[in-house]
Design a protein around this ligand. Structure first.
Ligand SMILES: NC(=O)c1ccc[n+]([C@@H]2O[C@H](COP(=O)([O-])OP(=O)(O)OC[C@H]3O[C@@H](n4cnc5c(N)ncnc54)[C@H](OP(=O)(O)O)[C@@H]3O)[C@@H](O)[C@H]2O)c1
Length: 329
């Protein structure tokens, strides 16, 4: 494993590859918990000791499975980044709530499901327009003082609100959609995004010692090169709700992927490893939180670190990407 440090996270030596835990919550293809736990253990053996999860992934299931997999392990040997703000009622209806009252309850629920007494990073999952940002960040600082979290993070916030949050407390990380084909994406699953990942947030993170956690580093699997023009998912797979992976958008992205595959063949490396290294190479990028829900994926992804993208390889990739207006697809 290779490691990075970020001044806002103190001495923490963070692995360049992390484990994204959305799919182990059971909302992608019908993944068995036994298989998820095996993948987590394999990942840990390979040095992947940073896990990104959220209460809403499988409505508690992702945190619970991660907690089962980590049970009995030395708490200081791994990092957990979870999230807050998406809460559900008895009818499983999800709402956004980042009020102090809700946060105080939510943290204890997450800690209980995960079987730990603190989180390393606690991230506001999506902005809550009904709660004053000051109330949210001050409540998170209060929960930090209680020792229940070590660092505060934001996910999917606008640059203005990131700056504002940083004036109310100390924000250590930002999580956003960013991968080789989505640089400054304006939407995610039909939800408008109000930040420019590459042009605004990454330079801000670098200047402020924050880490940027890039989500969907493999574009939900598209950057493995295995997708076809249709029929990639079951109907209960959350990815079937991503309009960029359907119809004309998918066709346009597949044309770029085909060009990238030709390049991958010339350097004899899998496209998925190229996509991971493209992120690892960037300074402000923290653990690349890929969905490693199968043992094979954990092994294959960590094997990306057996080689590096050279400047001339980077140039070849840029030559392909620069032909397209990626953010317009
Ligand atoms: N903050 C947010 O709002 C937000 C939003 C989305 C995601 N996230 C976080 O980001 C994490 C990762 O993003 P993601 O799950 O959307 O997508 P991703 O990591 O881009 O893609 C994951 C999928 O790629 C395929 N895959 C992974 N490694 C592979 C390998 N080595 N070889 C072949 N295929 C491989 C698998 O697809 P198949 O199962 O089809 O084989 C896997 O399910 C999530 O788990 C979550 O923690 C956060």
């Amino acid at each position: 494993m290779k490691y990075k440090t970020f001044s806002n996270l103190g001495e923490d030596k963070l692995p360049v590859i992390g484990f994204g835990c959305w799919s182990i919550g059971g909302e992608w293809n019908n993944i068995e918990d036994k298989e998820s736990i095996k993948a987590i253990h394999t990942a840990l053996d390979l040095g992947v000791n940073f896990f990104d999860t959220a209460p809403v992934y499988g409505k508690g299931h992702s945190e619970t499975v991660l907690g089962q997999a980590l049970k009995g392990k030395d708490r200081e040997s791994f990092f957990i980044a979870s999230k807050c703000g998406l809460v559900w009622d008895e009818n499983m209806h999800v709402d956004v709530n980042l009020s102090r009252e809700s946060l105080i309850k939510e943290i204890d629920r997450s800690l209980k499901r995960l079987g730990v007494d603190y989180l390393d990073v606690w991230q506001c999952h999506w902005p809550d327009v009904n709660t004053d940002l000051k109330e949210t960040i001050e409540a998170m600082e209060e929960i930090k003082q209680m020792g229940k979290i070590r660092h505060i993070g934001l996910s999917n916030y606008s640059m203005d609100n990131l700056k504002l949050a940083n004036s109310y407390g100390k924000v250590a990380s930002f999580q956003g959609l960013y991968n080789m084909l989505e640089h400054n994406p304006s939407s995610y699953h039909n939800i408008p995004l109000t930040y420019k990942a590459k042009d605004e947030v990454l330079p801000y993170c670098e200047a402020h010692g924050m880490m940027f956690l890039p989500y969907s580093p493999l574009f939900q699997g598209l950057l493995t090169g295995a997708f076809k023009a249709t029929g990639n998912f079951d109907e209960n797979d959350k990815r079937s709700e991503n309009p960029k992976l359907l119809g004309d958008s998918l066709k346009q992205f597949l044309a770029i992927v085909d060009e990238l595959k030709v390049f991958a063949n010339t350097i004899e490396k899998p496209l998925s490893q190229i996509a991971i290294n493209w992120l690892v190479n960037q300074k402000a990028i923290g653990p690349v939180i890929a969905g490693l829900d199968k043992e094979l994926y954990a092994k294959d992804t960590v094997a990306s670190l057996d080689w590096e993208l050279t400047p001339s390889m980077q140039q070849e990739i840029d030559k392909i990407l620069n032909k397209y207006d990626l953010d317009a697809i």
